[in-house]
Design a protein around this ligand. Structure first.
Ligand code: NAP
Length: 288
């Protein structure tokens, strides 16, 4: 069994290192070869195109930035589907659209390929530690075949249903995060104005009914003035837009998520797209 992995960014790098540590051979491709050096140094083997990865591996993961990157990786001139071997597995872990996940699954099924959408949550730290939550859509039998590999990457693995269901679950997760990130930010802005000890506050709120992942992971980074990604603002904006598009299709109005999208769009306009999502607090600081 040989694994392939497309995308050696913040998340891909951590995941690939865990797969290598578990003794899986991994062939990798990334848009910028230099950004794959960390995993190549750990034993991953470089391939020049996604097509070349699909020729060598029978289980191929992708974790790139945006839905258009996923389209390119799968359907491009030298994409995965140019040389996909019959009965091989393709798992997209990018946070992408349910519609694209269904399209990949439909086209893949014509060539007897096994396709899963499997976006994750748990952040850069979860990727490094192998403690991600994985939300899977596709055929249950395909999910069951890959469960052992998913267990190397994550600790909570949930099967949600047919193709696209993993991406829907991830969108639900992002709708939740819209609330925890805005809550964390406004809590700190308020507490600072009220002259509270912010470290003490993180401890108090983080152990009570206000506890949440954003607070415990990003609260300390904000207090340390660390706005590095983590999770890119530009990617969260992409996710909020996918969530709102999907909500529209479901005839839903989500005013709180709509407001979060506005705030993260404003951050991008202010040049904060490549900062971590915790940089939201800068919007409040700059309006003082
Ligand atoms: P990232 O650091 O920007 O990584 C994306 C990687 O994909 C980069 O190495 C990029 O190459 C590569 N890439 C993009 N388009 C490509 C293409 N067409 N062909 C080959 N490689 C391509 O982002 P990330 O933080 O790892 O996030 C990846 C995905 O996971 C996003 O969809 C994000 O929303 C999602 N996610 C992130 C987190 C998090 O906390 N970071 C958590 C859950 C989910 P370059 O080196 O050229 O840029």
């Amino acid at each position: 069994m040989k694994l392939g992995f497309i995308g050696t960014g913040v998340m891909g790098t951590g995941i690939i290192i865990n797969l290598l540590k578990a003794n899986y051979p991994v062939v990798v491709y990334n848009r910028t070869k230099a950004h794959a050096q960390t995993v190549i140094d750990r034993g991953a083997v470089w391939a020049d195109t996604p097509q070349a990865v699909a020729e060598q591996a029978n289980i191929v993961f992708s974790m790139v930035g945006y839905p258009q990157d996923v389209e390119q990786v799968y359907f491009g001139k030298q994409g995965l589907f140019k040389s996909a071997k019959s009965h091989s597995y393709f798992i997209d872990m990018t946070t992408s659209t349910p519609t694209l996940a269904k399209k990949i699954a439909e086209l893949g099924a014509r060539d007897h390929l096994h396709i899963l959408d499997a976006p994750v949550s748990g952040g850069d730290i979860g990727a490094k530690k192998g403690t991600l939550t994985i939300m899977v859509g596709g055929k249950r039998s395909d999910y069951e075949q890959l469960r052992t590999i998913f267990e190397v990457i994550g600790t909570k693995i949930h099967y949600f249903g047919p193709a696209g269901s993993g991406q829907h679950a991830k969108m639900a997760n992002q709708i939740m995060i819209a609330g925890t990130m805005t809550g964390l930010t406004e809590m700190l802005v308020y507490a600072q104005a009220a002259h509270l000890d912010l470290n003490q506050l993180l401890d108090a709120v983080g152990t009570g009914s206000g506890a949440n992942w954003s607070l415990s992971n990003y609260g300390p980074r904000i207090l340390a003035g660390d706005y590095a990604p983590g999770f890119y603002t530009k990617h969260f904006l992409k996710d909020l837009r996918i969530a709102l598009d999907e909500a529209k299709r479901l005839h839903l109005n989500l005013p709180a998520t709509t407001l979060a999208e506005k705030l993260y769009a404003e951050m991008s306009e202010k040049g904060l797209g490549n900062s971590g999502t915790q940089a939201l607090i800068k919007l409040y600081q700059s309006t003082k």
